[in-house]
Design a protein. Structure first.
Length: 188
């Protein structure tokens, strides 16, 4: 990956002045929680790729052309924090991004995240999902989470290099590292 990897102190400084932040990573890694926390902390409009771009009520997938048009409209805004990986949309999002926070915990952490989320919201729609999309859990989805690092990360690294070579990246490999980052941000 050709992007500059930031340490926690550098990331905290960049976050304090960033206008456009991408939070990417595997499902269940904590992207939405971190993005919403930072949105509140810095007054950045929060964009959920699942809720605002990809899904319509009733688990109906938005047509690709329409989804891309929404992404273009969202990234054209002066300030935002966007939660969602979607490597196919990174060419649109990275050129406008000030910082990428990449959630890369061990796969059992993400598996725990999706299972606990399913238990918490089973039969209901979580806040960062489109209306009338009750939380669900399938073997196919669990397999996707289990293999994410092997199947998705190489493409993400390539897109970062191709479409955001000057965009700094901070990789968070655990919830502890996320808590440390938030602690740095809360310091005067």
């Amino acid at each position: 990956m050709s992007n500059r990897l930031l340490n926690i102190e550098e990331t905290a400084q960049v976050l304090k002045r960033a206008d456009r932040i991408l939070v990417i990573g595997c499902s269940g890694s904590g992207k939405s929680t971190l993005a919403q926390t930072l949105s509140a902390m810095f007054g950045l409009p929060y964009v959920s790729m699942d809720r605002d771009v990809f899904w319509m009520p009733g688990w109906t997938q938005r047509p690709r052309a329409e989804a891309l048009a929404i992404v273009e409209q969202k990234v054209a805004q002066p300030r935002w924090i966007m939660d969602g990986t979607s490597p196919g949309t990174l060419p649109l999002r990275l050129p406008r991004t000030d910082l990428v926070l990449w959630m890369r915990p061990r796969r059992h952490v993400s598996l725990y995240g999706v299972i606990s989320r399913w238990l918490r919201f089973r039969g209901r729609t979580r806040p960062e999902m489109a209306r009338d999309c009750p939380e669900r859990l399938t073997f196919e989805f669990l397999s996707y989470v289990w293999g994410f690092e092997k199947t998705e990360s190489p493409e993400i690294e390539q897109k970062l290099a191709d479409y955001g070579p000057g965009v700094p990246v901070h990789i968070l490999r655990s919830h502890s590292q996320t808590r440390d980052l938030l602690s740095h941000l809360r310091r005067p």
